[in-house]
Ligand binder design. Sequence first.
Ligand code: FES
Length: 160
Amino acid sequence: MSEDLERRKFLSRLWKGGIAVMAGAAAWTSWDFLQPVAGQAGGPVTTVAPDVIPTDSVLEVDPMRGYLTEVNGEVVPLYWKCPHLGCKVPWCESSGQFECPCHGSVFNRIGEYRRGPAPRGMDKYEFEIIDGVVVPDTSKIIRGAPAGTPETIDEPPKGP
Ligand code: FES
């Protein structure tokens, strides 16, 4: 009888502990989801001159938490946070596209949505050219276009 009672107490505590863990996870997810989209650096970041920005690849710039690339003479400053659940999206040199390691979303060189669970393309920063240098403002985010929006560049994957 006492053993049965102990087991019941143990199972009750286990159940309550599981509920507490789930409540904590839900609270954390909600808090994270409600955070602003803006980069955490939160302001203008001095980077490089436009003429060193690649036109067939990307330049990773840690202080702006993103990448610079150029298409048709236009600088494109991308925020590296995946619009799905926020993982850092790395550039894949062999495929010539961004590939999120978390759930497989894929974006082209200028961050446009290709496939995967992300709801939109990668976000971009507003920027200025100041004294010949690209200065993205990481507090000013331009949301990526919704998934399914046609790509505006013709750059199919280069490989695996
Ligand atoms: Fe990038 Fe889920 S966080 S696909």
